[in-house]
Design a protein around this ligand. Structure first.
Ligand code: HEM
Ligand SMILES: *[C@@H]1O[C@H](CO)[C@@H](O)[C@H](O)[C@H]1NC(C)=O
Length: 330
């Protein structure tokens, strides 16, 4: 008996001793690490933060864009800056997709990249710029400071053709939305928190009119519906026209739990926003987040990290793009 126990103890001990080694060789496991550029470009994270702050001072809504960029890049297959590629040389830009409607400030990603390239050429990936600018943008919007790993590499392809299989539409069902988040490793509580990203920014009328015309969606607060009709006076707005409504009229540039308070009052802009409050799977989290901003911010921060670590390219995969808009030409 005693020998048996000792033997089992020894093999358990060996297993735990070997575990880190086994995990290291587990294929596809992310190799992101904190401060990945400590040796190769020690000021990388500082430069990105400086640029995010400067841009925020000139154009406050850049910070809002960095948050949405994280979802649209990491939410589609991998955090690999595929989002930033332009249509050129056989690549179809993801930015041209209907799902990317209203995305803005891409030219200022180049501003950040240029500043980083000036210090360390061909060293810091566009994918890490997407991740770190989102992290620093969140802070500018009054959100939580989040520790984020780096070492992502850039894709040599875009996923425009399959993008809609990853990013939900504004009117998709909550069960579909949750399953999409689930498939990139984000649990229900995390998904509810991430939708709090809609606490900032705007929605164009094309994404709203379905809820206003020909009849008003009964899940909309009637007074709020009148306000929205004022913002979007016709059922078929010209997409070129910049008609839009604020996601959060009270604190439109602050990442806070006002979004959850609003959707509980039937003042959600998108159908998915409203369903978040009414679906029995998500509504308990919505109520908790509406009642406790600290809890929301903790969950938001946790989910942002999960999102930012979705299936990155590492080591010798992909490349470090010289210009975030194009695959390298060498
Ligand atoms: C079910 C998931 C989601 C759907 C269907 C969705 C859809 C949309 C739509 C339709 C817009 C408005 C676009 C426009 O008309 O200009 C929007 C804006 C925005 N979304 Fe989402 N979104 C989702 C999840 C997220 C997540 C997870 C984040 C980030 C954590 C996010 C961040 C934003 C931001 C910041 C804006 C405002 C952009 C701006 O003002 O420039 N969204 N989203
Ligand atoms: C969802 O919205 C799109 C337009 O963005 C529309 O074409 C589609 O018919 C809508 N789907 C449903 C189920 O209402």
């Amino acid at each position: 008996m005693p020998t048996n126990i000792t033997q089992r103890g020894t093999s358990t001990f060996l297993f735990f001793l070997l575990l880190p080694l086994l995990l290291q060789f587990y294929p596809g496991k992310s190799e992101l690490q904190l401060n990945y550029y400590a040796q190769s470009c020690p000021r990388a994270e500082e430069i990105i933060k400086e640029q995010v702050i400067n841009l925020y001072k000139k154009h406050g809504n850049t910070a809002v864009s960095w948050v949405r960029n994280l979802f649209h890049d990491c939410g589609v297959k991998s955090c690999d800056a595929s989002l930033l590629l332009e249509t050129a040389n056989g690549i179809e830009s993801e930015k041209a997709s209907q799902r990317s409607f209203g995305m803005r400030n891409f030219k200022y990603v180049n501003t950040i990249k240029d500043a980083v390239e000036a210090e360390c050429p061909l060293t810091v990936s566009c994918a890490d710029i997407v991740a770190l600018s989102a992290r620093d943008g969140i802070v500018m919007l009054g959100g939580p400071r989040t520790e984020m790993k780096t070492g992502r590499r850039d894709s040599k392809e875009s996923y425009a053709a399959v993008l809609e299989n990853f990013l939900p539409n504004h009117n998709d069902s909550m069960s579909l939305v949750l399953s999409r988040f689930q498939s990139i490793g984000i649990d229900t509580e995390g998904a509810v928190a991430l939708l709090g990203g809609h606490s900032v920014g705007r929605v164009h009328c094309v994404n709203l009119v379905q809820r206003l015309y020909p009849t008003v969606d009964p899940s909309l607060d009637p007074e709020y519906a009148e306000y929205l009709k004022g913002r979007c006076p016709t059922p078929d707005p010209d997409p070129e026209e910049v008609l839009y409504a604020r996601n959060d009229r009270e604190t439109p540039m602050i990442l806070d739990n006002m979004y959850y308070k609003n959707i509980l009052k039937h003042k959600g802009l998108l159908l998915v926003d409203q369903q978040l409050a009414s679906d029995p799977i998500t509504s308990p989290f919505v109520e908790k987040m509406a009642g406790d901003n600290g809890y929301f911010l903790d969950q938001f921060s946790r989910a942002v990290v999960l999102l930012s670590e979705n299936n990155p390219l590492t080591d010798d995969q992909g490349e470090i793009r010289k210009d975030c808009r194009y695959v390298n030409t060498n």
